[in-house]
Ligand binder design. Structure first.
Ligand code: 1CP
Length: 334
């Protein structure tokens, strides 16, 4: 049997809507909180192959989802390149300085060695029975989003500072390094069992249209082409971007994930490739009637279009798991 996301993305099947959630492994689940409390260092938790595998599988023990996404983080790449990363409670990630010469000369073997537990976790998770006939999604941050964290050293929230682009040489060098190591990271995830790759470009929306070619389209296209050569479908999530049509023409992903600020009707009209996501995660904090109504909106709009059900951003920590259960059953019965 072909896995559900492949059936949608490759076969363009519209009779079923595969379903999974960004951040489906995470803080809204009490069983995750329990493990998290005992493991205050987030990076170390991501590098604990047994626990990371268990956390990856937790949502699949509860809900009939079509895929698991590996429990890890996009910032494991700067971490592996020796830029220290701390996750502070209620603040988010905090990065330290790096030495560009070190980055340029960074050894491939050492990089892979540092991320080995992630690859082992993927291998172990893939062989679990819970994943029979389901997909295992690997992921990376897009070069632009990682560049933002590496230079800004914390979440930019709503904007990047005016002097962000001051040192063009530095930026070009980091982009070169990221191109190399993101490909290595993706390749190792695929070789160990990831059968779909999602590229998260969480800060794509911070750029003006004219800067998108240099920082978003071209660097992402390079990685998308690399993934396609491995015969693995790639889903891109350029959060906050205004012109999805242009993005798709330039980057050519196999499927596009949309955020909750995008009009799904316009997407349906303009876009021919498979679509994923859209539903505002805040809806899950309301009541069942509302969840049903909003979910139906997406299902109806995309009923003749290959569509993977998902949210327009990650599951919020305050979400009641019962609501996820309700939504999964509703979509699977549609
Ligand atoms: O405190 C905790 O328990 C940690 C919370 C947490 C979790 C559960 C972080 C810190 N990362 C993750 C896991 C994670 N991150 C996954 C796991 C798989 C899944 O989706 O279930 C994935 C895919 C990510 C990807 C990620 N990390 C993104 C891209 C998606 C997005 O949210 O836009 C980004 C931007 C990050 C950075 C990051 N890691 C963690 C936080 C709180 C943040 C964002 C902070 C910010 O900059 O605002």
């Amino acid at each position: 049997m072909i896995n559900p996301l492949h059936d949608c993305i490759i076969n363009k099947n519209t009779t079923n809507n595969p379903i999974w959630f960004m951040r489906q492994a995470g803080r809204y689940l009490p069983e995750f909180q329990k493990i998290r409390k005992l493991n205050p260092n987030f990076i170390n938790l991501c590098l604990n192959q047994n626990l990371a595998s268990e956390i990856t599988l937790q949502p699949l023990r509860r809900f009939d989802l079509s895929a698991a996404i590996i429990f890890s983080d996009i910032l494991m790449v700067p971490y592996a390149l020796d830029q220290k990363v701390n996750f502070k409670k209620n603040f988010g990630p905090e990065l330290e300085d790096f030495n560009i010469k070190n980055l340029i000369e960074f050894n491939k073997k050492e990089f892979i060695e540092k991320l080995k537990p992630i690859y082992n976790c993927i291998k172990k998770t893939k062989s679990n029975n819970l994943l029979r006939n389901k997909n295992l999604i690997g992921f990376i941050g897009a070069p632009w989003t990682l560049l933002v964290y590496m230079i800004n050293k914390k979440s930019p929230k709503k904007e990047i500072s005016k002097n962000f682009f001051n040192n063009k040489d530095l930026i070009n060098n980091i982009l070169k390094v990221l191109d190399k190591f993101l490909k290595i990271h993706v390749e190792n995830q695929i070789n160990n069992g990831a059968d779909i790759i999602q590229i998260f470009d969480s800060w794509a929306g911070l750029l003006d249209e004219k800067d998108l070619y240099k920082y978003v389209y071209n660097p992402t296209l390079s990685i998308v082409n690399f993934i396609k050569k491995k015969n693995v479908p790639v889903i891109c999530f350029p959060r906050g971007i205004k012109n999805y049509k242009n993005y798709i023409e330039c980057v050519k992903p196999d499927a596009i994930c949309i955020d909750y600020e995008v009009d799904p009707l316009l997407i349906k009209k303009e876009i021919t490739i498979p679509v994923q996501g859209g539903l505002n995660p805040n809806i899950l904090l309301s009541d069942k009637e509302n969840v049903k109504k909003e979910a139906l909106k997406y299902l109806d709009i995309f009923k003749d279009h290959p569509y993977i059900f998902n949210l327009g951003h990650g599951v919020l920590p305050e979400t009641n798991p019962m609501m996820i259960d309700y939504l999964v059953k509703f979509v699977n019965d549609y």
